[in-house]
Design a protein around this ligand. Sequence first.
Ligand code: SF4
Length: 113
Amino acid sequence: MNIQNFYKNRNQIVSGHLNELKEAFSLTSDEKKIIYSYRENICNQCPVKTQNVCDSKKWINPKTKELKYFHKEGFIKGCGCRLSAKQKAYNARCPAGFWGGEETMIRNSISNV
Ligand code: SF4
């Protein structure tokens, strides 16, 4: 991740790392555990993932899941984030749109009951 992206996303980065720490001390709510697990499962099946990183040297077509190692129209670049923290950041979203916004969806579905 370059310094501009780091500055732009600093709140998410701090939130993700704090939530990683909370999880290590078993302070994570059941709702959040479900969301983290959901995001982790998606990333684990994604070809952009390299070890624990959303690899910024890879581009993916979100519709076809085709992978490239160079920019091409319709392809999204990996964000370069450390995934175990990004998956736990409140407002984080997958750059390819595979996950994100789950907490809002859960809250909206609860308020509509
Ligand atoms: S954040 Fe999105 S693009 Fe990156 S590895 Fe996870 S699912 Fe793939």
